[in-house]
Each structure stands twice: as structure tokens, then as C-alpha cells.
Ligand binder design. Sequence first.
Ligand SMILES: [Zn+2]
Length: 505
Amino acid sequence: MSTTVLPSYDDVVERYAPVIGLETHVELGTKTKMFCGCPTDFGGEPNTRVCPVCLGLPGSLPVANKAAIEATIRIGLALNCSIAPWSRFARKNYFYPDMPKNYQISQYDEPLCVDGWLDVEIVGEDGQPELFRVGIERVHLEEDTGKTLHVGGATGRIHGATESLVDYNRAGIPLVEIVTKPIPGTGAKAPIVARAYVTELRDVVRSLGVSDVRMEEGSLRCDVNTSLSPAGSAEWGTRTETKNVNSLRSVERAVRSEMLRQAAVLDTGGRIVQETRHFHEDTGDTTSGRSKETATDYRYFPEPDLVPLAPDPAWVADLKAALPELPRLHRRRLQQDWGLNDHDMQSVLNAGAVELIEQTVAAGTTPAGARKWWLGELSRRANEAGVELSAVGATPAQVAELQKLVDAGKLNDKLARTVLEGVVAGEGSPSEIMAARGLEVVSDTGALTTAVDEAITANPDIAAKVRDGKVAAAGALVGAVMKSTRGADAKTVRSLILSRLGVEG
Ligand SMILES: [Zn+2]
């Protein structure tokens, strides 16, 4: 463990210029695997979704999945790429237990989509939206590997494990790799630009309906390249590639932590080694992995068992014409529909709440009602728990139901927060929790009148004062009734008390 004292972030970005780059893998949601007919659904018994092709048995021959090619072209088009009129698959040779063929079918120097860009928005120092255009180097298609499971140890890692098991169900699932061009010029904003890019990319891919792009389940995986060079230098520094970055928040943290680490190495006259590093969610640090292979280590060569891809230009044009409204435009439209100014919309974006609010509104509540819960109570809980808002434990349908109960006067805001606590704890739907915990606002006047009469009888002195015209004293009675009814509407209680005591409200 290094005990080097890290320089401060502000100090680092004053003296060094970062260049970042991102390689993102998206697991496509096709019905079958990339080169065989095995099903792709998640969660089968280990090694039940395999066949001679995806197990790499001798004599088996791959056939490319058309739906996967179509999905990849659509991703490329949405990222403003050119679609290669002719491209080829290649074999990437390496030996690893989770890869049964000992090579991965991928694309190397002839990818399907090249040279595009994606605009991402961040908040500038003045609070106004600031646009960064991230260049896309390539989008290519490959197959996923199987999964290795290390058992017998405490951590699930290979160290300390007594044995390792391999599940090939995932081997051969189509995977799209999206590689950015190096992104210079972001300065202190490098970590937020990296996060904003992955967020935008995720939203674009999701809008195409080709993957569920869930980082926590591994259908969106991200490697983050970072390098530093002295400020003003024309040359870029040596980059490292950080793996295991499993959430949007971690993308930002990984860039930041790697910038600090590299600056500390450079400050002491050290040299950055080109290597892969592993990000650790718990500490927010990276540790050294293996030294990075170069392309020649993989002995790429064209895959002899597959014909080249030559998508019909007319088909590509049709796919382009049929692209859905892309997220940035979609967001602009929502902002108008919801009547939000730039600042309020930015708060929604920062909270990662756009889709959640959109779905909550679609489930039947007002934009203001939806926004209140997602940006208020639920954001607070997500921050406390250190999770994405979408993983906080409440669904848009539940939030809509909660707000509808408030609108109908069955819950006041305070009770609604208690109900929400139950929702987040997984106790059921808002109405179930309201019933189970007896949280409904007491609006039945019969029951209320009884409670009011009890409070008056129990507090004769106060009642006398109110009768004498000291209306302010009624507050104590209101409090007593609220306590005994656990959340009756205060206004109703107050006017009932005054009318029982014969005083004008
Ligand atoms: Zn198969």
C-alpha cells in the first residue's frame, strides 16, 4: 500500500492537463447469441445455454446474427458514424478459461461503424449548460466471454479461492464496443465529462431499444482511459485503462482518482506505466492490474469462417430514417412540456431523474408532483445510500400512486413520507402500506368529532380560554387531536374545535 500524500485536485488540474478516453461495452438484447441459436436470457442454470458453436467444438461453424448487426448499425447511426460498406470479423487470440475457443470473434482494423460523435452536456461554472462534442473512433461488434466464479474464499476473488468454476451461458452473447477518440481539453471537468458521456451514451442506446444497458447487471460496462501531461505540453502522457467501473458515479470517481494518482507519480519524477488498473468501489482507488497488451499480442487475423459484412446502403438508409427521437432532443421537449427553466431542468438531469419523472407522469400524476418526490425525499435517500436514484427502491408507479393519495387528501405530506419509507423498505404499494400501518388521514368527521370532544373534556382550562375568545389557545387542542388521530388534517381539526366551542374561526 502506498502512503504517498496525494496533491489536491485543484492543484493537479492547474499543473497538468488530462486526456480521457472511454471504451464501453454494451450487451445487446437479441433473442439469440451472436453466432449460434442459443438463447441469451439471463439467469439460466450454468452451462445450459450452450451448443457446439459457442463452446468452440471442432468442426462447428458460426453464422452472424442479423439482428445484432442491425442493432450495431443503428447505434453507429445514432452516434453520427459512417457505416462501412464492407467490414470483416477478426479473431482476437488469447487464452483465458472463460473463452472456450481460445479466441474471441471481434472486429479489428475493419469495424462496422467509424468516425462519429456524441454531444454531451454538463453544467458550466456559470450554471449554464455547456456542450462537449466527444469524437467516436469506432463502433464494432464482437462476442462476450463466459463467466468465471471463484468459490471458497471470502471475497469472491481468485485470491483465497479454493476452486474456480466457469459458466459459458454468456459466451457468445453479442457485444458492441464503442470507443471514443481521445478527449483532450476538459481540464478540471474531465471526471464530469466522462460521466456525462457514459450517461448520454446509455440513454442513446436505451432509446434505440437494443439493450437494457444496466451497469449494475453488466449489460453496460465501461473502461476508462486517463493520462496526464504537464499543462501546456504538446504531447500527451502515457495512459492507463481502468476496469471494473460499474456505475456512473464510479466513472467520475475513477477518472478523478487516477488523475490524482498519476500526478503524485509524476511529481516525484516517476513514470506512468501503460497498464490496466482495477477500480475499487469501496475505497474509490485503483490498483495495478496487468501491463497492457498491444494489438500484436493478440495475433489478430480475419475470421476465415465468416463472410465479410457488406450492408446494403438502402437498408442502412432505412435504418437511419427510422431512428427514434434521440435523448437530447427528447429532453428538450420534456423540459417544455414540464414547464421548467434551464436551472430546474438541470437539477432533474443532475439527479438522474428524467426518465423516472417521465414514467411517473405517464403513470398519472403531475410533473410537479413527480418532481417533488424524486428530487426531494428519494434523492436524499439515494445520496445517503450512495446509489443511483433508479436503485433507491421506489418505482415510478409507486411514486405516482403516492402522489395521487396526497392529491385525494388521503395522505398529507408528512404521512406520505412515512408511507414512502415503507415503499423503499419493500413493504408493498403505498395503499397497502397506508392500510397496514393505519396511516390514512382521518377525514371521517364522525371519528374526528369524537376525538375533538375527548380533547375538550381532557383540557377544560384551555377550552374555557378559547370560549372566552382566546382563539390562539386552540392550538394546544389541535395538537392533542392530531396526536390522538395521528395525522388528521390540521385545518379541519381547528375549525371543528372552534365550532364545538361555539367560537367563530
Ligand atoms: Zn451456442
